[in-house]
Structure formats: C-alpha cells, structure tokens
Write a protein of this length. Structure first.
Length: 185
C-alpha cells in the first residue's frame, strides 16, 4: 500500500511539473495590476520598445500607457557586431584568392533594466544588464555573385544584413527582459 501511494504521488508530481506548474508564490508581477513601458532610451526606431510591449502582452501582463502600478525603465546600449565566419575571396572568373574575407557576424545588444513601483517610488528590481545576441550571414562582395545565385535571394551586404538582424535580436532581448521581470522572485 505504501509503494502504491509513493507511485501515485510521483505520478501526480510528474504531471504537475510537465505542464509547467511549480510551487511558489506565483509570478513576480502578479500582485501588481499593470505595468507601464515608456520608450526605451537608446532605441531610436522604437523596434525594441515594440517587441517588449508585444512580449509582455503575450505573457499575460496588463500593459498600461501611462498609469500602471509598475514602471519599467530600460536603457539600450548600441548594438555591436563581431565577425565570426570567414571565407576566401573569389575573383570574377571564380578562382579562389589568398584573401580572407568575413561572411558571418554576431550582433549583440545589452539593456539595463530597472523595475520601479510607481506608488512608492521604490526600486523593485535592478538595475540589471541583460544581453542577447544573434548570428547572421552576409555577402562580402556582390560583384562576384552570378545572376542565378543573386536570384535565389538572401544576399545582403554587411550594413543591410546588420539592420535586418536587429529584429530577431530585439525579439530575443525582449523575451529575456520579460522573463527577468515576470519570473523573478
């Protein structure tokens, strides 16, 4: 009989953990009614601000325009990139040269996040630095690409690929910020 109780207890415990249930007080922001997310400092185009509002809305947190109980202050440091992939450069006739050119980069961005209770003015979380990164490919020299390869698409020079890579980077950074705020105890 004791073994049967243990088996049932383990089965129930396994079922609760497999659906995401965990013991505790609940989400950090569950005791607050809403959160205000002003424009992110350093986000000139508003892309990160948009992704953060979207991520909070998807998490079930009530986002308010100006009068939320919580205030989320975020300062974005400018994204930087580093080359991580290289290839040999080719001439127009297709022969490989001894010149090495980069064709893959990693873009990263860091945000300083602070959560403030607007009623008391007390800082609840932070400041905390949160970093996200994403990798992207680019074509180092479009002059050697034939028309067939060009027609297949996805050939961008570094500046254009850098701008396009910011969207998944900001989405990832927004998800990390929401995880930090919502699931922090």
């Amino acid at each position: 009989m004791l073994i049967l109780r243990i088996k049932i207890s383990l089965l129930v415990l396994f079922c609760f953990t497999s659906c995401g249930y965990h013991m505790g007080r609940g989400d950090f922001v569950s005791s607050y009614s809403s959160i205000t997310i002003p424009y992110v400092s350093g986000d000139n185009q508003g892309d990160l601000t948009t992704e953060i509002i979207k991520a909070f809305s998807q998490s079930g947190v009530s986002v308010s325009g100006c009068c939320g109980r919580l205030l989320l202050e975020i300062c974005l440091f400018s994204p930087n990139d580093e080359n991580i992939g290289y290839t040999f450069a080719y001439t127009e006739d297709g022969t490989r040269t001894k010149i090495v050119a980069s064709n893959e980069a990693r873009i990263s961005a860091t945000a300083k996040v602070t959560l403030i209770d607007q009623c008391s003015g007390r800082r609840l979380l932070g400041p905390c630095s949160i970093t996200a990164y994403t990798d992207f490919d680019f074509e180092p020299d479009l002059s050697t690409v034939n028309s067939h390869d060009f027609a297949l698409g996805q050939l961008e020079m570094h500046p254009q690929a850098f701008d396009v890579a910011k969207h998944p980077l900001y989405r990832c950074l927004a998800e990390k910020i929401v995880d930090y705020v919502v699931h922090n105890w």
